[in-house]
Design a protein. Structure first.
Ligand code: PLP
Length: 394
């Protein structure tokens, strides 16, 4: 197969899917923290929380060690009981749904919109029962979910909303930044994300909600270690709830402080690359570029290309093999939740239960989309995709 690929469309070096974009300032800030007397949750974490909240216009923010931790803590603060239902999307990472199980509630999946691949408000409306407590939309790939529609449903049925914004920094919906609230919004700073602290996350919410979340996220202690060990601090604390160990460290926050300052420039570059991909792929009817609706600003965390498999002689997996052969790193977002053994067996899901998620999963491929891509890298990705589409045309 290797010989079939012309050198013109095979890069010499493998192009990684999503390497971090860290600068000298991040490195210097980490070193500064390592030389300081305090390396766990402390002054830099607090500063990162304040600057992040300002950046997304949130009423407040709590830095944690992952988005999973932020989602889990948010749901734990809502005091759900066994049998309570949380409606979310099947096209998401396992963490979104695992945390619903962690708090003893029942995940209920509703199918997605065919254009944005986000949770479909009409499907959600049909899935609401007297046991529904929470709606948990995910801003898939960084394209904001239809928040006004979910807010209308929440008002009508007395529900809470928790947003999974792992992909949605920075993004906006009808002029409002994702994170604006007033409900809890969880962000991810995992290594591949738009802002990385290696591992990390942020929970944006109202200050009163965050007071409870802060206590729950650190063992349920009434006072964190930084304040206990600081001069004048007391060694005493009370355990107010059986909490978690989810705090962010100042080493992570050191990365976050500088990554935050780069966000607007990073987003501009990702949007430029996404536009270049879309322009190039629009010509080929085997390729379906992602959409950006008129009333949102997409974070462009992922460029989720869809293949029209009826126009191709190969399936998505083989398309990915061909991209790998041409030295292009890819990924797939996501294997739908209802296909995973744990969920399939526990809830008896059939693949066709969520046809839009199932159909799209089979034709999705995420292309490299990050600010470290040069114009030549982008041209290589385009050339490789078009080459495969041409070679395997039906
Ligand atoms: C949609 C979604 N939600 C949640 C998460 C969990 O993020 P973290 O790894 O920061 O816990 C991810 C991570 O990839 C994700 O893609």
């Amino acid at each position: 197969m290797a010989n079939a690929v012309t050198t013109a469309v095979r890069r010499r070096e493998f192009l990684p899917f999503a390497p971090p974009a860290l600068g000298e300032e991040e490195i210097a800030e980490v070193v500064d923290t390592l030389r300081s007397p305090w390396i766990s949750t402390g002054p830099k974490t607090r500063r990162f929380e304040e600057e992040f909240a300002r950046f997304v216009a949130a009423p407040g923010a709590l830095a944690l060690n992952s988005c999973t931790a932020a989602l889990h803590t948010a749901l734990a603060c809502l005091d759900l009981r066994p049998g309570d239902e949380v409606i979310t999307t099947p096209l998401t990472f396992a963490a979104t749904v695992n945390v619903i199980e962690h708090v003893g509630a029942t995940p209920v999946l509703a199918d997605i919109e065919p254009d944005t691949l986000n949770l479909d408000p009409a499907r959600v409306a049909a899935a609401i029962t007297p046991r529904t407590r929470v709606l948990l939309p995910v801003h898939y790939a960084g394209h904001p979910a239809d928040l006004d529609a979910f807010q209308d449903l929440a008002r009508t049925h007395g529900l809470r909303i928790v947003e999974d914004a792992a992909h949605a920094l920075p993004a906006s919906y009808r002029g409002r930044p994702i994170g604006f609230g007033p409900h809890p919004v969880a962000f991810s700073f995992y290594a591949t994300k738009n802002l990385t602290t290696a591992e990390g996350g942020m929970l944006a919410a109202e200050p009163a909600f965050l007071d409870r979340a802060r206590v729950l996220s650190l063992h349920g202690m009434s006072r964190d270690a930084w304040r206990r060990y600081a001069k004048g601090g007391s060694w005493r604390y009370d355990i107010l709830a059986p909490g978690f160990k989810y705090n962010m460290t100042d080493v992570q926050a050191s990365l976050g402080l500088w990554q935050l300052r780069r966000q607007d420039a990073f987003r501009r570059r990702r949007a430029e690359i996404a536009a270049a991909y879309t322009r190039a792929f629009a010509e080929d009817d085997a390729l379906q570029p992602p959409v950006e609706r008129g009333d949102v600003q997409h974070a462009w965390h992922l460029y989720a290309l869809r293949l029209h498999l009826d126009r191709l002689r190969i399936d998505r997996d083989r398309f990915i093999d061909e991209l790998t052969e041409r030295n292009i790193g890819t990924s797939v977002h996501f294997i739908p939740i209802h296909l995973h053994p744990y969920y399939r067996e526990k809830y008896g899901y059939e693949p066709a239960a969520y046809p839009v998620a199932y159909d799209n999963f089979q034709r999705l491929v995420s292309l490299p989309l990050h600010p470290r891509l040069s114009d030549e890298d982008v041209a290589d990705v385009i050339a490789a995709v078009l080459d495969i589409a041409r070679e395997y045309r039906r």
